[in-house]
Design a protein around this ligand. Structure first.
Ligand SMILES: Cc1cc2nc3c(=O)[nH]c(=O)nc-3n(C[C@H](O)[C@H](O)[C@H](O)COP(=O)(O)O)c2cc1C
Length: 155
């Protein structure tokens, strides 16, 4: 739960291996910032999910692009392990003491998640997303990479 920039700074002080910054990185300005902190690289997840090349179900992509505020929460509801995603109906209904350990919970919810993706029911999809979700942009992956490089600027 340590904010990403703080975590990167702390790790760089304590380890002697390249550090890859990850979590909430959405644009070239974010990338330039973490590289300036000393990270060897930046890793982007959510930023690429709305791309046409991504296999995320359309309802998942729509939920990401519709996010106007950061409604992400950490939940064990889908897999039994904590992960960050957009809060939805299933997460809201889940009761901590009903949640099975990881893999059992993951195996239990998989058919629901897959079917919800097919049926376009975002309340039952695991809408994994980082805290930068409000800045998700829809464009082809190559165009997004070009845009990120241009935003980093001077590299
Ligand atoms: C498709 C996808 C799958 C994910 N699966 C997991 C997972 O299995 N376990 C987990 O802890 N977090 C998972 N996450 C959440 C990431 O750990 C992380 O919180 C988030 O994506 C932050 O990085 P980002 O802002 O670059 O996306 C997943 C994220 C995405 C986009």
């Amino acid at each position: 739960m340590v904010p990403m920039r703080e975590l990167v700074r702390g790790l760089l002080k304590d380890v002697n291996v390249p550090v890859i910054a990850s979590g909430g990185i959405m644009d070239g300005k974010d990338i330039a910032e973490v590289l300036a902190l000393g990270a060897a690289a930046a890793q982007l997840g959510t930023a690429f999910l709305p791309c046409p090349e991504s296999g995320a179900p359309p309802a998942y992509k729509q939920a990401l692009l519709a996010a106007r505020t950061d409604t992400t929460v950490i939940t064990r509801a889908y897999s039994g392990r904590p992960a960050r995603g957009l809060r939805n109906g299933f997460i809201g209904a889940a009761k901590e003491d009903w949640i099975l350990p990881f893999r059992q919970q993951n195996d239990l919810t998989r058919p629901m998640r897959n079917e919800a993706g097919k049926q376009g029911k975002p309340d039952y999809i695991s809408l994994w997303a980082g805290r930068g979700v409000t800045r998700a942009r829809e464009m082809p992956a190559a165009k997004l990479v070009e845009t990120l490089v241009a935003e980093i600027g001077g590299r």
